[in-house]
Design a protein around this ligand. Structure first.
Ligand SMILES: [Zn+2]
Length: 307
C-alpha cells in the first residue's frame, strides 16, 4: 500500500503554466497567513556537501499537484509526495559554494476542490563555510593524458547521467548507510585536486584503498541503474538508485556482480575492488549524489537523508 502514496515525481517545470494573473493570485495567496503553501529546509545552517531536505507543506484544505524549483546547480529539483500530503525533495549543497545566505523559491501548484492555483513559497538557506584541503597527485604523463580527452569524458558523463534520469519515486534505502569496502580512507570528498600540477577539480567522492578483489557492497538498498565498463574515467562502474533522486556510484572495479534493474540490499556484494579507468592503483572511488550533485558520503554515513 505504501507505494500508493508515492506516485510519479512532481515535475512541474513542464506542467505549471504561467499567466500574469495566475502569478498575481499566487502572490496574494502567499501573503495571506495560513492560506498558502510553505517551504521548509533542513538543516538550518548546512555546509557544502550536505544533503538538504526541502519540504513543501500545503495550506489546510489544499493539495499539492506540482512543484517547480531550481536551486544551486540543480536545474530541476525533484519533489516526491509524502503520506501527510507534503512534498519533499533532496538537494545537494555544492562543494564550491562559499558560506552565505541563499534564498530558495518554489512555485507550488495546489488544488482546492476543483480549483487549481499557483503559489510562491520561499525559504532561506544560511550556509556555513567549509574549507577543503588541496591534494597534489602525480602520475605518468600517458595516464594523465585522460584529462585532455574532453570529448570522451563528456560522452561518458552523458551516459551515466542518462542512467540517472528517472529515480524510483519512493525511498528504497532504510536505516544507516554502510561503508562499501574495508580499507583505509585515502582521499576524502571535496579535496581540491591538481594532477601533475594541473587543476583537475574537486573530488566528487571518497577513496578507499583496498586490494584488487576485495568485495564492494551496496551502501544501502536500491536498484541498479547502471553496470558497465566505462574505459575513459570510471572503469567498471555501478550506479545504485536509492529512490527519491539519491544515488551511490562505485568505480574502478575489477568485477561487477549485478545487472541493470536488479534490486540490491544494504551490504550486498555488488562487485570487487580494482584499478580500471583513470587510476594510479587499486582502490574504490565511491560517491553519493542527489540528482547529479555529488554530496559528502561521510556525512551520509553519519546521518542519511530522511524521507
Ligand atoms: Zn576518487
Amino acid at each position: 500500500m505504501r507505494t500508493n502514496f508515492h506516485n510519479s515525481p512532481i515535475r512541474s517545470h513542464q506542467t505549471l503554466k504561467y499567466s500574469a494573473t495566475a502569478f498575481f493570485i499566487g502572490l496574494l495567496a502567499a501573503v495571506a497567513p495560513g492560506r498558502a503553501a510553505t517551504l521548509r529546509v533542513t538543516p538550518a545552517s548546512p555546509q557544502p556537501g550536505d544533503v538538504l531536505a526541502v519540504t513543501v507543506y500545503p495550506a489546510a484544505g489544499e493539495r499539492i499537484t506540482g512543484v517547480g524549483m531550481a536551486a544551486f546547480d540543480t536545474a530541476q529539483v525533484k519533489f516526491y509526495t509524502r503520506r501527510d500530503g507534503s512534498a519533499r525533495a533532496f538537494l545537494g549543497l555544492p562543494f564550491d559554494r562559499p558560506g552565505g545566505v541563499y534564498p530558495l523559491r518554489a512555485r507550488v501548484r495546489v488544488a482546492r476542490g476543483n480549483e487549481t492555483r499557483e503559489q510562491i513559497a520561499s525559504a532561506t538557506v544560511r550556509a556555513r563555510t567549509r574549507d577543503f584541503p588541496t591534494q597534489r597527485i602525480s602520475m605518468r604523463a600517458s595516464t594523465a593524458g585522460t584529462m585532455s580527452k574532453k570529448d570522451l569524458l563528456r560522452r561518458e558523463k552523458a551516459l551515466v547521467q542518462s542512467a540517472m534520469k528517472n529515480s524510483y519515486p519512493a525511498p528504497l534505502w532504510s536505516g544507516p548507510w554502510v561503508v562499501p569496502t574495508a580499507g583505509r580512507a585515502t582521499s576524502a570528498y571535496g579535496r581540491r585536486r591538481y594532477v601533475n600540477g594541473k587543476w583537475w577539480g574537486q573530488h566528487n567522492g571518497a577513496d578507499i584503498k583496498a586490494p584488487t578483489g576485495a568485495p564492494v557492497r551496496a551502501a544501502n538498498g536500491g536498484r541498479i541503474a547502471l553496470s558497465q565498463y566505462l574505459p575513459t574515467l570510471r572503469g567498471n562502474c555501478i550506479v545504485v538508485d536509492h529512490g527519491c533522486n539519491v544515488f551511490s556510484i562505485y568505480m574502478h572495479l575489477s568485477q561487477r556482480a549485478v545487472s541493470v534493474g536488479q534490486s540490491v540490499a544494504r551490504g550486498q556484494v555488488i562487485g570487487r575492488v580494482g584499478a580500471t579507468g583513470f587510476v594510479t592503483g587499486a582502490h574504490l572511488h565511491w560517491e553519493i549524489r542527489v540528482g547529479w550533485e555529488p554530496v559528502d558520503p561521510n556525512k551520509v554515513l553519519r546521518s542519511g537523508p530522511q524521507f
